[in-house]
Design a protein around this ligand. Structure first.
Ligand code: TYD
Length: 413
């Protein structure tokens, strides 16, 4: 059933200019909405469409469920479940600390601090810090490991409150969080309030350029309201007296970008900004034509993936989904993958195990089910962790186990 809390957006969330739809993914459940059999009848669906605003250059979802539907006490994503991501966050934290947190009065804020993975090294080093994490159960884990955390949504009002209690921040960081927040203008207004002179706001998010280049359409799901680019971030920042001073590509999430903003004029922009903006012009990210082409590429990808899965089904070869990612919800529901195509999805996250995938209701089982009784074929749903997974699964591959991939192209090897 479709719930009526879905809000329809025809105006850009950044500029008030119109957003033009370029892809309709159809009826979609929540990306992270793994559920029990008893919850099937009340499952939440919304219409997932993405659009582009010529004025702000922002790509965004047109309809989005209310945030309360998505980030709540049972929110299932914990940063520290992937070894690669833990390493990445440790490096990110060390880098920020080395560059910006030298003074004895340094103060570091993180928006969407999850289970405290990023801030824990600051806590250990005695650096003053504060995590802002709306999901209470996840925030509790951070508090348990000694990371000072409040369970609230970041807003200008909260920025004022933090400023009055703790003073201005040298750094405000966020990873895979800012694109989740529909009120990006509110976040930037809050950042402008809380940032110290010469302070920086550094955030990294899945990158639009990578999505377009790799046809990784599965980065679109309810939590990702925005698919940022250097162009759109620079535009939005300027509306709040902020300036983009670095744009550094990251390999995480199959292609992310780390953006650094400061108050306008505080720090001169580095060469990376001009470089990324030029690259984006080359990709045509400022024009609707790039997104029309993206849609055609998505349709081709969907057709090919279903051909491969149908072929497997025709041959009676079982296929298992590998990793119950949020992204997999988009692939499974957009392509029309059913229990007839995937016997199960294996995943290492205990709270997803024993549940069913959103929409298609494919059983999610512990990783050991795959390990102990390997199927002839696996669909690599966590393609962004391919290096880590392939290293772990050399035995499966050596024994003739096949992999179906769909990013950047559909292959069976
Ligand atoms: P991620 O790409 O972070 O997912 P999302 O699309 O939700 O951002 O992958 C995390 C999920 O993948 C999590 O459910 C755990 C699972 N996973 C495995 O089951 N095995 C693995 O080896 C890896 C790396 C992830």
């Amino acid at each position: 059933m479709t719930n009526d809390t879905t809000s329809r957006m025809t105006k850009c969330r950044i500029s008030d200019a119109p957003v033009v739809e370029f892809i309709d993914f159809g009826k979609m459940p929540l990306g992270n909405g793994f559920l029990s059999e008893q919850e099937f009848d009340s499952e939440y669906f919304y219409s997932m469409r993405a659009g582009f605003c010529e004025e702000s250059k922002m790509v965004q979802l047109i309809d989005q469920p209310a945030p309360e539907q998505m980030f709540h006490d049972h929110y299932a994503f914990f940063t520290s479940t992937s070894a690669g991501m833990c390493r990445h966050f440790r490096q990110f934290a060390d880098d920020v600390r080395g560059r910006f947190l030298g003074g004895s009065d340094a103060f570091a804020v993180e928006i969407g601090s999850n289970d405290g993975t990023f801030l824990s090294s600051y806590a250990e080093a005695g650096i003053k810090h504060l995590g802002v994490e709306p999901s209470a159960n996840v925030a509790q884990v951070a508090v348990g490991r000694g990371v000072r955390t409040i369970s609230e949504f970041f807003s200008p009002a909260l920025a004022e409150k933090i400023l009055s209690e703790d003073g201005p921040a040298n750094t405000i960081t966020a990873a895979n969080v800012i694109c989740h927040i529909p009120d990006f203008n509110g976040v930037l207004a809050g950042v402008a309030i809380l940032l110290k002179k010469n302070g920086v706001f550094i955030f990294e998010e899945p990158y639009l350029g990578s999505v377009v280049e790799k046809t990784s359409y599965d980065q679109f799901y309810d939590e990702h309201v925005f698919m940022f680019s250097a162009m759109s971030v620079a535009y939005a920042a300027a509306r709040h007296g902020l300036e983009l001073i670095e744009a550094e590509p990251q390999i995480t999430h199959g292609g992310s970008m780390r953006y650094t903003l400061c108050k306008r004029g505080d720090i001169a922009p580095g060469a990376s900004v001009g470089r990324q903006l030029a690259r984006e012009l080359e990709l045509g990210l400022d024009k609707m034509a790039a997104y029309e082409k993206f849609r055609l590429n998505c349709e081709t990808s969907k057709r090919r993936l279903m051909e491969v899965l149908e072929e497997m089904r025709g041959k009676g070869l079982a296929v298992a989904g590998y990793a119950a990612t949020s992204k997999s919800t988009t692939v499974i529901n957009y392509c029309g993958i059913t229990r007839d195509h995937l016997a199960y999805i294996c995943d290492t996250t205990p709270i997803k195990q024993g549940k069913f995938s959103p929409g298609a209701h494919i059983p999610v089982v512990p990783y050991e089910v795959f390990k102990n009784n390997p199927p002839p074929c696996a669909l690599l749903l966590a393609w962004n962790h391919a290096v880590e997974i392939m290293a772990k699964e050399t035995e499966y591959t050596r024994q003739g186990g096949k992999w179906i991939r769909f990013v950047p192209e559909v292959t069976l090897t």
